[in-house]
Design a protein around this ligand. Structure first.
Ligand code: GLP
Length: 238
């Protein structure tokens, strides 16, 4: 895992945007894996400003809450439209986010994994990291699912994400997430982290062993991972 430490959030976002631009320049029909959360917002702002050509790009998002349809302001589909897709020339038909509004979430997860298999590759996957070390919504556990699956959110994740909702009771308790196996289909993975609040989990990730109790640590087995973190997130590293 290669690590780049940037001065601040802005520099982290710009560096990540350059990596995305590189993929768009090199690959004819790029498949981008995208993430939500506050961390990649700056990256999406940069991409919106850069006037890149996304007309041939397909995007797949990591996860979605169960019970929210794409018009709900806290759904990840809505987030992606607002933060990125509405500002670039991507064809929305080529943007995929798991569907959390279907009555059979297990089937929706299986369908999403089939879509990923059909696409066959992800050229670049962007990831954030949860305070508990989750990637996508792969929560710390004794064992982790490889394909896209339904997951019960940890109390700490519900608390962390409550800031986006009117009250904590409105935060969905379940989600559909790409599994670690789905994420590992990516040729390259960029993990972004910013701010003091992420310093402790970044230290554990970099210093410690590999464990499904720290899902991001499994990325150490992937041959092409770049961790881009700002100084605040890197502040506990030796
Ligand atoms: C959510 C998302 C993750 C994201 C994490 C961190 O739970 N499912 O993909 O990485 O939050 O969010 P933030 O970037 O806001 O710290």
């Amino acid at each position: 895992m290669e690590i780049k430490i940037t001065k601040d959030y802005q520099e982290m976002s710009e560096l990540a945007a350059k990596e995305v631009a590189k993929v768009l320049a090199e690959v004819k029909q790029p498949v981008l894996g995208l993430a939500t959360g506050s961390t990649p917002v700056g990256l999406y702002e940069e991409l919106s400003k850069m006037e890149l050509d996304f007309s041939k790009t397909v995007s797949v998002n990591l996860d979605e809450y169960i019970g929210l349809d794409g018009n709900h302001p806290q759904s990840y589909r809505y987030f992606m439209n607002e933060k990125l897709f509405n500002h670039i020339n991507i064809d929305k038909k080529n943007t995929y986010v798991p569907d959390g509004s279907l009555p059979d979430a297990q089937q929706a997860a299986r369908d999403y994994e089939e879509l990923l298999s059909k696409l066959g590759r992800i050229d670049l996957q962007i990831l954030g990291i949860g305070n508990n070390g989750h990637i996508g919504f792969n929560e710390p556990d004794r064992a982790l699912s490889l394909p896209t699956h339904v997951v019960k959110l940890e109390e700490s994740t519900i608390e962390a994400n409550a800031r986006f909702f009117d009250s904590i009771d409105e935060v969905p308790k379940e989600a559909i997430t790409m599994g670690v196996g789905s994420i590992f289909k990516a040729k390259k993975i960029i993990v972004l982290a910013s701010g003091k609040a992420k310093a402790s989990i970044i230290k554990s990730l970099v210093d410690e062993y590999v464990s499904t109790e720290l899902p991001a640590s499994l990325l150490k087995f992937h041959p092409n991972v770049l961790l881009i973190i700002d100084q605040a997130a890197a502040s506990l590293l030796d």
